[in-house]
Write a protein that binds this ligand. Structure first.
Ligand code: PPS
Length: 303
């Protein structure tokens, strides 16, 4: 399925046609959740792959074999993407699932479910920058044009997967309707990876020993994941993701948006943010004083 230039519009939201069809999107809205399911929910570029790795490692008690031998899209498939039913037919045991869908599209399917839902949010300014560079290297996404245009599309909610504001408010504002819900931010994971692993383990009711946590922490560091071809998307052919134009594991930083936003763009963003988030009880702590110390590189596979 190439369809690199196809865009699907479903319930007013656009999706890349390379990965989605009307049928696959419809299938997701009627997805039959099982009470043992774990569902990772994110707006794109918010830490999806990282959380897929964290949950894989937690459920394997820190053993890295699965995360180094199975691509993330096979062990934590997106329920709205066209290959989902084939992957699920081939899978065994409790299911780890992923979605970028907004709450309004998935809430009927989740009603009454005991599935464990993990919502990961990230500073939207960093999301925009990460998304912008991803559009430049992923040939199944539209050419983003200049950053200023992409930024205004993002603020209007006309980018793929819709409005970041609706996504975050929809899921967090309705968390009380979800029986098992964990909210965590990319920034929290970045600041305190060990604490985040413990938090996810507790939520999923896995009790990891000290050495198992150590192993998990090492395997889901940025440096290890950047070299792991099961998560860095280097297994995807060049005509679909052009790794000469950029890396999927690009920087893995917090606050990197300052290197792309102008002062004026940042100010305009803040104004829109204040207005769109005025009806949300969420208070985010995006900025941090801590510097990044994750420099160890462990090559796992060559490409
Ligand atoms: S996607 O396409 O929606 O699945 O992308 P997603 O995985 O949500 O987001 C990709 C960004 O997450 C960064 N990333 C990490 N940062 C820190 N530590 C770890 N371990 C890690 N794993 C992935 C990745 O580098 C992308 O962010 P940017 O800012 O582009 O580097």
């Amino acid at each position: 399925m190439a369809r690199l230039d196809v865009t699907e519009t479903f319930q007013g939201i656009t999706f890349p046609g390379h990965l989605h069809t009307q049928e696959s999107l419809h299938y997701a809205t009627e997805f039959k959740f099982q009470d043992t399911d774990i569902l990772i929910v994110t707006y794109p570029k918010s830490g999806t792959t990282w959380m897929q790795e964290i949950v894989t490692l937690v459920s394997c008690k820190g053993d890295p074999v699965k995360s180094q031998t199975q691509p993330n899209w096979a062990r934590a498939p997106w329920i709205e993407q066209y290959y989902i039913s084939d992957v699920l037919k081939a899978s065994q045991g409790p299911r780890l699932l992923t979605t970028h869908l907004p709450y309004k599209l998935l809430s009927p399917a989740l009603q009454g479910s005991k599935a464990k839902v993990i919502y990961v949010a990230r500073n939207p300014k960093d999301v925009i920058v990460s998304y912008y560079y991803f559009h430049k290297m992923a040939n199944f996404l539209k050419d983003p044009g200049p950053f200023s245009e992409f930024l205004s599309d993002f603020l209007e909610g006309t980018v793929y997967y819709g409005s970041w504001f609706d996504h975050v408010k929809g899921w967090t504002g309705n968390s009380r309707n979800i029986e098992n819900f964990l909210y965590i931010t990319y920034e929290e994971m970045w600041e305190d990876l060990r604490g985040s692993l413990e938090k996810v383990s507790l939520f999923l009711e896995y009790h990891l020993l000290e050495n198992e946590l150590n192993s998990a922490q090492k395997s889901c560091s940025f440096s290890t994941m950047r070299e792991n071809c099961m998560v860095n998307y280097t297994l995807i052919p060049q005509e679909i993701m052009d790794h000469k134009k950029g890396k999927f594991m690009r920087k893995g930083q917090i606050g990197d948006w300052v290197n792309t936003f102008s002062k004026e763009q940042s100010h305009n963003f803040d104004v829109v943010y204040a207005s769109k988030m005025a009806d949300s009880a969420l208070t985010f702590v995006w900025d941090t004083k801590k510097s990044h110390v994750d420099t160890e590189i462990l090559p796992l596979c060559t490409t």
